[in-house]
Design a binder for this molecule. Structure first.
Ligand code: C2E
Ligand code: MG
Ligand code: MG
Ligand code: MG
Length: 291
């Protein structure tokens, strides 16, 4: 019996009941084949400076172009890949494509940073910083252009190794971002000890917070904390102009969300960047002549 067969047997084959749009449960073997066949691809979502509207960078978000099921979103296979020790392979693929696409955009004159989601598995390996440095060097990408996003709720699983790995990454000029802030349970004191650069406020506290005093209080407290810790702030889930204006008035540094752009294939970025420039000038109240 191979390891993959054992892993297969441990996963229920049936589809979850009562779902309006049933999605197949994928097995580790499915995902391994998908990786071998090159079926994973990245979409990219822009991160924009709230004061100037300028595009600072993009976040890579993995998708699976499934031959039968179409475009499969990450929550159908990323958690499974983490549970079965495959997220390292997935991460290498996502990073490879992200580095290649970033090189293309830099060559075209777009000064962008690249944010990649990494699961804690990667960051718990002492080899990871050197491996990443080699991968980036081979792709011609300086490490200061890379941001690793790590979800807050997973941060404290193995603090010793992580502090070591995160510190090594930081010494190599890789930037580190706390993703989905507000959804986890990490002690604030521990957060101070970790070498992070950026805090991304979970979209649960962003969209609609102009109409909800409780959300607004959490948002303001998070922004205040980040300021005290010297972290730059990103609001995710900015869906409306109302959201955008509130975040801008609250002193948040950057915004990401459907109001700016949905995640898109890399091939759409050039056109989107051109279209955004026109919209940006209107949003920040510039005239074409002062631009
Ligand atoms: P995340 O890193 O917090 O990414 C943001 C998610 O929110 C994305 O979903 C994005 O499409 C969605 N989003 C962005 N703007 C808005 C908005 O205005 N409104 C709403 N309702 N949603 C918005 P997506 O692409 O389905 O990714 C979900 C999660 O999957 C990510 O959350 C991240 O934790 C994980 N993920 C994605 N790609 C990777 C990857 O390459 N590696 C790992 N380890 N995890 C990944
Ligand atoms: Mg993220
Ligand atoms: Mg997030
Ligand atoms: Mg999120």
């Amino acid at each position: 019996e191979s390891l993959l067969e054992v892993l297969d047997a441990s996963i229920p084959a049936g589809k979850p009941p009562h779902t309006a749009q049933p999605t197949p449960a994928y097995t580790p073997a499915d995902l391994q084949l998908a990786i071998q066949h090159g079926e994973l691809l990245n979409h990219y979502q822009p991160k924009v400076d709230l004061a100037t509207g300028r595009v600072i960078g993009v976040e890579a978000l993995v998708r699976w172009q499934h031959p039968q099921d179409g475009l499969v979103m990450p929550h159908h296979f990323v958690p499974m890949s983490e549970e079965h020790g495959l997220v390292g392979y997935l991460g290498v693929e996502v990073m490879r494509e992200a580095l290649r696409d970033l090189r293309r955009w830099l060559d075209a004159g777009h000064q962008l940073d690249m944010a990649v989601n990494v699961s804690l598995g990667s960051v718990s390996s002492l080899d990871y910083p050197d491996f990443l440095a080699e991968q980036a060097h081979a792709a011609g990408i300086p490490l200061h252009r890379l941001i690793l996003e790590i979800t807050e709720s997973r941060l404290m699983d193995n603090p010793q190794v992580q502090l070591d790995v995160l510190t090594r990454l930081r010494l190599k000029q890789v930037k580190l971002s706390i993703d989905d802030f507000g959804t986890g349970y990490s002690g604030l004191a521990q957060l101070c000890d970790l070498p992070f650069d950026e805090l991304k406020i979970d979209r649960g506290f962003v969209h609609g917070s102009s109409r909800n005093p409780a959300l607004r209080a959490i948002l303001d407290a998070s922004l205040g904390l980040a300021r005290e810790l010297g972290l730059r702030t990103v609001a995710e889930g900015v869906e409306t102009q109302e959201d955008w204006q509130l975040l801008q008035a609250s002193g948040c540094d950057m915004a990401q969300g459907y109001f700016i752009a949905k995640p898109m294939p890399g091939s759409h970025m050039d056109d989107w960047l051109a279209a955004w420039e026109a919209r940006r000038r209107m949003l920040v109240g510039e005239t074409l002549s002062s631009g």
